[in-house]
Design a protein around this ligand. Sequence first.
Ligand SMILES: Cc1cc2nc3c(=O)[nH]c(=O)nc-3n(C[C@H](O)[C@H](O)[C@H](O)COP(=O)(O)O)c2cc1C
Length: 321
Amino acid sequence: MNVLGLQGSPRKGNTCFLLSEFMRAAEKLGAAVATVDVREKNILPCTECRVCETCGFCPIDDDMTAEVYTLLREADIVVMAAPVFFYSVPAQLKALIDRSQALWARRNRLGLEDAGSRWRKGFLLSLGATRGKKLFDGIRLTARYFFDAVGARSAGELVYRGIEHRGDMEKQEGAAADIEKAVQELMHPFRLRKKILFVSTDNASRSQMAAAFAQRLFGDRLDCLSAGIRPAAQVNPAMVSVMAEKGMDMAFRRTRSLDAVLQAGLPDAVVAMGPGETCTPVPGAVRENWNVPDFAGGSLDAMRRVRDHIEKLVIERIGHI
Ligand SMILES: Cc1cc2nc3c(=O)[nH]c(=O)nc-3n(C[C@H](O)[C@H](O)[C@H](O)COP(=O)(O)O)c2cc1C
C-alpha cells in the first residue's frame, strides 16, 4: 500500500511536523510512504496553455512531470498537508494542485481511466493561526477538487486552530491520538487486501496490463503489483496506446525490478505471465503461469490480442484469489 504525503508549507514548521507524524504512523502500519515536500521541489505554476486538455500531458519540464504525476498515480492514499495562507494554501502547493489539471484532463477530456481511481483516498491535514469558524472553508474546497482531479475520494481531515509559531503543533494536546486513530481508520480497508504480483521479463507490457486490469476490477481487495526479471527502462508505448483504446490510462506507469518489489513485502500470489518468467518461490504464495507469449516487438494488432487475452484471464482467474 502506498501513502503519498504532500508537504505544502514553505518552511520547516507545523505542517512538516504534523505530516511527518502522520506518515510515521502510516509506515508503522505497513505502508510504503513517500513525501513530496514543496520546499525541495521545482514545480512551476500552470500557464493555462491548455495543452493537457488536448494531449493529456503538461509541456512544462520540471519535477511535476519527472516524478509527481507518477507518485500521485501510484498512491492508494494521498495526504495533502497545508497551513492556511489567506484562507487558501501556500503558493508552492497551489502550483502543484493547479498542475494536477493534466490528470483531470486525461479523465474528463480524453476519457482515460486510471485503474487506481476507484479505490484511492484523499486525506487533508491543515492548521492556521486564528480560530474562526470558517478558517478551513477555502482549503477544504481546494482539497476536495484536488482529490477529485487526482482520482481520490475525500476520506477525512485533521485540522487545528490557534497554531502560529514554530513548535505550536508539537504542543497541541491530543494530536498524537488523533493521528493514530485517523491513520488506522484510513488504512484499515487497504490492510485487509491480499497482495498479487504479476511477473514478466521486462515489466513493460503484459505484467503491467494484468496489474492494471486486476486493480481496476479487484483493487478493493487486492493490492496489484507488477515487476520484471530484467525491467526495461520504461513501459512500452505501444502497450500504453492499446490500453488507451480500452479507456485505460497507463501513461505514468513505471517499470520495477522483481528484487525491489519483493524487498518491499512478499506477495500472497504470484502470476508468471509467460513461460520461463517466474521468480524464486515465495513461501506460502499461490503460483500460476499464464503462458502469455511476449509480443512486445510485434504489431499493434498483436498487442491488442495480448491485451484482450490478459483481460479475459484476469476476469476468469483472479476473482477467486
Ligand atoms: C502569508 C501568510 C498568510 C497567512 N494567512 C493566514 C490566515 O489567513 N489565517 C490564519 O489563521 N493564519 C494564517 N497564517 C498563519 C499560518 O497559517 C500559521 O503560522 C501556521 O502555523 C504556519 O504553518 P507552518 O509552520 O507549517 O508554515 C498565515 C501565514 C502567512 C505567512
